[in-house]
Write a protein that binds this ligand. Structure first.
Ligand code: PAF
Length: 274
C-alpha cells in the first residue's frame, strides 16, 4: 500500500481516503461518493482497530462482512481497498501514541478512556500508509472529526479533513454499524435520539438559550423510553467541546446512549452561523 501510494503521488494523482471499520452502510458510502468526486483516486481502508476499544467493549463482537463491503465498494467506484491484518498494523507493541488532550477529555472521552488515543494513533498510521490529500469523516462521530482535524493542524499534516453530514434511516435513526446490535424494540426506543435532537432544535428556534434546559428536556425524552440508559447529554461549544453557559454561538448538542448491548451516539449543531 505504501509503495502504491508513493506511485500515485509520483504520477500526480490526488488521493481521497475514507478510513472505516467495515460493515459499510449508506453513511460510509456518502463519504466515498464525495471522495470519488473530489479526487483522482479513492482509497478505502477496512480495519477494526483493537486499540480504540476498551476492555469491556465490543471489539470481539464488532460486525464484519467483507464480501458485502467489497461489492458495495465496487459499486461506489473505490480504486483501492486496504484491509491490513492486526499483525500487519501492530507487528510489535506500539510504543508511540498520538494524543490530543483537552478535546478528548470530554464527552465520549470520559466513558471511553483511551479510545481517542487509539483512533488518532491508527488514523496517523493509516495516513502515513495511504498518503491521502483529503480524508473524509462522518459528522455522526463529531468529536472524532474535531479531534482528527485538531491533530492534523497541530502536527502540520498536509491533509484536508472533510466532515460530512450524518446519514439517517427514513425514520431518523442515524446510520451506524452498531445498529446491527439493536432488537426491534430497542430500535423503536432509539428513535427518541433523533426526535429529541429535533425537539432541541425547535426549542432553540423558539428562543431557548439555556443549555441546561435543553439537556434536561432531551434527557427526559430519552429516559421516558424503555431499554435506554443515558451516558451523557451535553451542550458544548461546537469547536472546543467545552461547556457553555448560553447558546450565544455555534453549539453542539451531543448524546451517547446505551440501548441493550449497543452504545449509540448522535448530535446536532445548534445556533449555526452559516
Ligand atoms: O470512525 C471509525 O470507523 C474509526 O474510528 C476509524 C476512523 C476508521 C479509525 O479506526
Amino acid at each position: 500500500m505504501h509503495s502504491h501510494s508513493s506511485r500515485l503521488h509520483d504520477q500526480g494523482d490526488r488521493i481521497g481516503f475514507v478510513p472505516t471499520m467495515g460493515y459499510l452502510h449508506e453513511g460510509h458510502l456518502s463519504l466515498m461518493r464525495q471522495a470519488r468526486k473530489d479526487n483522482h483516486v479513492l482509497v478505502v481502508s477496512v480495519f477494526v482497530n483493537p486499540t480504540q476499544f476498551g476492555p469491556n467493549e465490543d471489539y470481539d463482537a464488532y460486525p464484519m462482512d467483507l464480501e458485502k463491503d467489497t461489492s458495495m465498494l465496487r459499486e461506489v467506484g473505490c480504486d483501492v481497498l486496504f484491509t491490513p491484518s492486526t499483525e500487519e498494523m501492530y507487528p510489535v507493541r506500539v510504543a508511540t501514541t498520538v494524543s490530543v488532550p483537552g478535546l478528548t477529555d470530554r464527552l465520549c472521552g470520559v466513558s471511553r478512556p483511551g479510545h481517542f488515543d487509539g483512533v488518532t494513533t491508527v488514523v496517523n498510521k493509516l495516513f502515513n500508509i495511504t498518503r491521502p490529500h483529503r480524508a473524509y469523516f462522518g459528522l455522526k462521530d463529531y468529536q472524532q472529526y474535531r479531534v482528527i482535524k485538531r491533530m492534523v493542524t497541530d502536527l502540520d499534516m498536509d491533509i484536508e479533513i472533510i466532515g460530512l453530514p450524518t446519514v439517517r434511516e427514513p425514520d431518523g435513526l442515524a446510520m451506524s454499524s452498531r445498529n446491527a446490535y439493536l432488537s426491534a424494540k430497542e430500535r423503536e426506543s432509539a428513535l427518541s435520539l433523533s426526535r429529541s435532537l429535533e425537539v432541541a432544535s425547535e426549542m432553540v428556534a423558539s428562543g431557548e438559550r439555556n443549555p441546561a434546559a435543553i439537556e434536561s428536556r432531551v434527557k427526559e425524552l430519552i429516559e421516558s423510553q424503555p431499554f435506554l440508559s443515558v451516558d451523557y447529554v451535553s451542550v458544548v461549544d461546537a469547536e472546543e467541546l467545552t461547556p457553555i453557559r448560553s447558546l450565544d454561538r455555534p453549539a453542539l448538542l451531543a448524546l451517547a446512549i446505551h440501548a441493550g448491548g449497543a452504545r449509540l451516539v448522535d448530535n446536532i449543531v445548534l445556533c449555526k452561523t452559516d
